[in-house]
Design a protein around this ligand. Structure first.
Ligand code: NAD
Length: 276
């Protein structure tokens, strides 16, 4: 009896330390920045991960860093705006690992310009990566999640899902749009055991942000230091950047959450930049 109780306590203890054990997570844009950190964190917590990214070589490097034997990490070259590539990539993920428990729609780009000067092609490109990409990957993953009667869809939104900044019209519009999509997926998915939530990070120093610091400095006519201090971190409680690890921990929490109680929500992780 004691032994049984002890082993029960031990197995609960172990479960706490590998909360994502045996889960399969598809992460788009996982060859860099936030997506890469999510893939590393999920793998550490026991998940098998699919690194889906436009950049095939970087996706393969990330998968190899996680598991050089390619048993627990699969790299897939995928442009999330291309319907055929998304369908084929999700099919390959299911063929390889047998299921999809978590979709993290993370692939994203940025473009900096005032509305009055914004090229239509840049508007459409950004919308397509963020919104078409979220839709196409969600639709493909949901078919499998509905078959399994379980799943968690996590969108990487932004504080710009809630707030606006100048020079970022398409980004702010697309990130607000993700909250709408997540709420509909939560409503429709509930009956199938599928949850859907959005993580809204503040600024994280990834290649996406490093690129926009000089661009914003040019547009605003201020120094790069001032872009960081007076634009990016001005409204935080402590002048600190959010880290990719902060976002990855939040994603792991959402992925491991055990019930439909936490669905249709958007969680801001931003050192207090945005408070709800
Ligand atoms: P990043 O540039 O480091 O990584 C983005 C990844 O997406 C790259 O690997 C890139 O190859 C991939 N990608 C781009 N277009 C793609 C496409 N069409 N199909 C597939 N993959 C594509 O950027 P990041 O900062 O890690 O951003 C990741 C997500 O987090 C984005 O959605 C971004 O909007 C969001 N976000 C970032 C910050 C930040 O401050 N860095 C803050 C809030 C939200």
């Amino acid at each position: 009896m004691t032994t049984l109780m002890q082993s029960d306590v031990l197995s609960r203890h172990l479960r706490r330390h590998v909360p994502l054990e045996n889960k399969v997570a598809v992460i788009t844009g996982a060859a860099s920045g936030i997506g890469r950190e999510i893939a590393l964190t999920f793998a550490r917590e026991g998940a098998r991960v699919v690194i889906a990214d436009l950049d095939r070589d970087a996706a393969e490097a990330t998968a190899c860093d996680i598991d050089p034997h390619a048993k627990r990490a699969l790299a897939i070259a995928m442009d999330v705006t291309d319907e055929a590539q998304v369908e084929a990539g999700i099919y390959r993920a299911i063929e390889t690992f047998g299921r999809i428990d978590v979709l993290i729609s993370n692939a994203g780009i940025q473009t900096i310009a005032p509305v009055v000067d914004l090229e239509f092609a840049k508007w459409k490109k950004l919308m397509s990566v963020h919104l078409d990409g979220a839709f196409l990957t969600t639709r493909a993953a949901l078919r499998q999640m509905y078959r399994q009667k379980s799943g968690s869809v996590i969108y990487i939104g932004s504080v710009h899902s809630k707030e606006a900044s100048p020079l970022k019209a398409p980004y702010v519009t697309a990130k607000h749009g993700l909250i709408g999509l997540a709420k509909v997926v939560a409503r429709e998915g509930g009956a199938h055991g599928v949850r859907s939530n959005v993580i809204c990070p503040g600024f994280v120093r990834t290649p996406l942000v490093e690129k926009q610091i000089p661009e914003q400095a040019r547009e605003l006519g201020i120094s790069e230091e001032d872009v960081v201090r007076t634009v990016m971190l001005k409204e935080t409680v402590d002048g600190e950047f959010t880290t990719a690890a902060d976002v990855a921990e939040t994603a792991a929490f959402l992925a491991a959450f055990p019930s439909n109680a936490l669905t249709g929500q958007s969680i801001v992780v931003s050192h207090g930049w945005s408070m709800q």
